[in-house]
Design a protein around this ligand. Structure first.
Ligand code: KG4
Ligand code: ZN
Length: 347
């Protein structure tokens, strides 16, 4: 088969998305978000998100096909996020995708959303080098992965022992009164503040804990330290320097991620670092990783912002990888897996 054409469908959280990818080329990319409907609750409400998926599924898929100037018969396979994510949300996308696959008699792949976040970099930087290191930073995951073959074999090198980086940002953002999702607000304020204004701990970098967990992360201590600092300041009747708090938090988190990722590249002899997940949209992290990469001679592949946050292109791209590698499609009755492990690439 020459370049496979895959329709990718995404519905893990608050984005309903569909895209068509041919080989390494993005043909169409449609994203509908229910983010604004959750803002006043301070977090994603699963029932609201599921309903939004049910409403947006057909319009999104139809538009992705129309934009690509294709019908289902032109597609070689359908890929859909089967996990990890919110069960009700996953159920909408997976059921819809199965119906399309059955109706059009096309193979279907239930793929791992998180692995999609790194696969998507291929649309911008081309195929993965063999045995590369990858850093996943999404709302729920912060992990270093060793990617032997993105379609067949991935190992976890290190992971967060508590909060994900995105989660830590979202929690501090809530304390500062920013609406959900708070990450982008911290990013914006951090650009105006002094990153060294407040001393913020760098979890699992020093002493015995650092030695025992060279590639693991811990961000709950950072979150607690920043929260305490804000509380003390408020108790003393002093104003909270929001920009400085954001800058110091962002600097600590980005520094730890960049340092551990580079150490991992050295250990695994990888000259490339693939970066993905919603949190990789963070400007402080992007700057730190690119700088560290230049110093260490590692090519850092961070996708453009639109490909960092949840989308259908990442799902379709991983689908292309699976088709190219000759991996068997998922069984017609494959289940969703809301806690799908990172080592499982497809169902
Ligand atoms: O990958 P993603 O879209 O959803 C999951 O699959 O989990 O990641 C969402 C996370 C949220 O925690 C959000 O606050 C964070 O990514 N995020 C950011 C930025 N943009 C999104 N965090 C910091 N700075 C940003 N610019
Ligand atoms: Zn995601």
């Amino acid at each position: 088969m020459s370049e496979p054409i895959v329709l990718g469908i995404e519905s893990t959280c608050d984005e309903t998305a569909a895209a068509v990818v041919q080989g390494r080329t993005l043909i169409s990319n449609v994203v509908a978000s229910s983010m604004n409907e959750h803002a006043r609750y301070g977090g994603v409400i699963p029932e609201i998100a599921s309903r939004a998926h049910a409403e947006a599924f057909v319009p999104c898929v139809s538009k992705a096909l129309i934009d690509a100037n294709m019908t289902l018969s032109d597609i070689d396979a359908i890929a859909v996020s089967a996990g990890p994510g919110l069960a009700g949300c996953l159920a909408v996308g997976v059921s819809g995708a199965k119906a399309l696959a059955w109706a059009a008699n096309k193979p279907i792949y239930g793929i791992n959303h998180v692995i999609g976040h790194i696969a998507v970099t291929q649309l911008q930087f081309g195929p993965f080098p063999q045995d590369t290191l990858a850093l996943i930073v999404s709302g729920g995951h912060t992990s270093l992965l060793h990617v032997e073959d993105v379609a067949r074999h991935i190992d976890v090198v290190g992971t967060t022992l508590d909060d994900a980086a995105g989660e830590c940002f979202d929690k501090v953002a809530r304390l500062l009164g920013f609406p959900y999702p708070g990450g982008p607000h911290i990013d914006r304020h951090a650009q105006l503040g002094d990153p060294h204004a407040i001393k913020v701990p760098q979890g699992l970098t020093q002493g015995k804990a650092g030695q025992q967990h060279p590639y693991d992360f811990s961000f709950s201590g950072v979150k607690t330290a920043v929260a305490r600092w804000i509380e003390q300041r408020q108790a003393a009747g002093r104003t909270v320097p929001v920009d400085d708090v954001c800058a110091s938090l962002a600097d600590s988190v980005a520094t730890v991620l960049a340092r551990k990722a580079m150490r991992g590249c050295e250990q695994y002899d990888s000259k490339t670092l693939i970066v993905g997940g919603g949190f990789s949209a963070n400007s402080q992290l992007r700057a730190k990783l690119l700088e560290a990469g230049r110093e260490c001679g590692v090519e850092v592949r961070i996708p453009r912002i639109k490909l960092c946050t949840d989308n259908g292109a990442m799902v379709a791209m991983l689908g292309v990888n699976l088709v190219e590698a000759g991996v068997s499609p998922s069984a017609p009755d494959f289940p969703i897996d809301s806690a799908m492990p990172l080592t499982r690439i497809s169902m």
